[in-house]
Structure formats: structure tokens, C-alpha cells
Design a protein around this ligand. Structure first.
Ligand SMILES: [Zn+2]
Length: 123
């Protein structure tokens, strides 16, 4: 049997997210069910579960496999203020749909912004 290491996400949360976002990827707004008749959306953590231990809906995105793969391979930093991913080369990928992610201004501690050379906040 093939073993896949994966953080378990509460299935109810994922079902709720699919309902809230109407089956669309929050990043590119593609709806695989509508376009291709297959539900292939994925639910990556925004802040790695290994760091945050947070599997609540405010730390989980609903994405298509392509967007998830880009996040996985390039490991961009999520900016809590702009609700967008910032890549090492400077590219920005903003959430197109958001009803569940809390912005930094709304009280989330800025733990996701630990990053080497990038600075997002202006004092
Ligand atoms: Zn997508």
C-alpha cells in the first residue's frame, strides 16, 4: 500500500470551504467541477501545520492543484495584510476570493511574516 504523508484537515472544514467558495480556487478562481466535471480542489495550510498546529478554516485555503503546486514548489510568503503570496522573485499572487481568512489588522498575530529578507510592514 502506498503511503502518503499528509496533514489531516477536518473534512467538515473542507466541505464548508467548498460550499463557501462555490467550488472555486481562491487564487485563480477556476472551478474544476464546473469546467471539467471533476472536483479536484485541494486544501493547503497557509502557515505550515508543522509550525502553526492550526487546521482551522482561517489557516486553510481552497485551491486548484496548479495553484497548490506553485505554493508547494516555490514556498512564497503569505502577507497577512494584503492577503497575498509574495514570491522570492517579487511576483505576487493575491487571493481572489476570501471570506474566511482573517487579515493581520483583524487581530491575527503576524507569525506568518517571519521571513529572511522581505519586509512587508512599514513602521
Ligand atoms: Zn488555482
Amino acid at each position: 500500500m502506498k503511503s502518503v504523508k499528509q496533514r489531516k484537515v477536518n473534512l467538515k472544514i473542507v466541505r464548508d470551504l467548498r460550499h463557501i467558495y462555490n467550488g472555486k480556487c481562491q487564487l485563480c478562481v477556476i472551478n474544476p467541477s464546473e469546467n471539467f466535471g471533476v472536483d479536484i480542489l485541494e486544501s493547503p495550510h497557509i502557515e505550515y501545520f508543522s509550525k502553526s498546529q492550526n487546521s482551522n478554516s482561517d489557516n486553510i485555503l481552497l485551491t486548484c492543484p496548479d495553484c497548490h503546486n506553485i505554493l508547494y514548489k516555490l514556498n512564497p510568503i503569505f502577507n497577512d495584510e494584503t492577503l497575498s503570496y509574495v514570491f522570492k522573485k517579487g511576483n505576487i499572487l493575491a487571493l481572489q476570493e476570501n471570506k474566511t481568512i482573517i487579515t493581520a489588522q483583524q487581530e491575527r498575530p503576524q507569525t506568518r511574516m517571519k521571513t529572511g529578507s522581505m519586509v512587508f510592514l512599514v513602521a
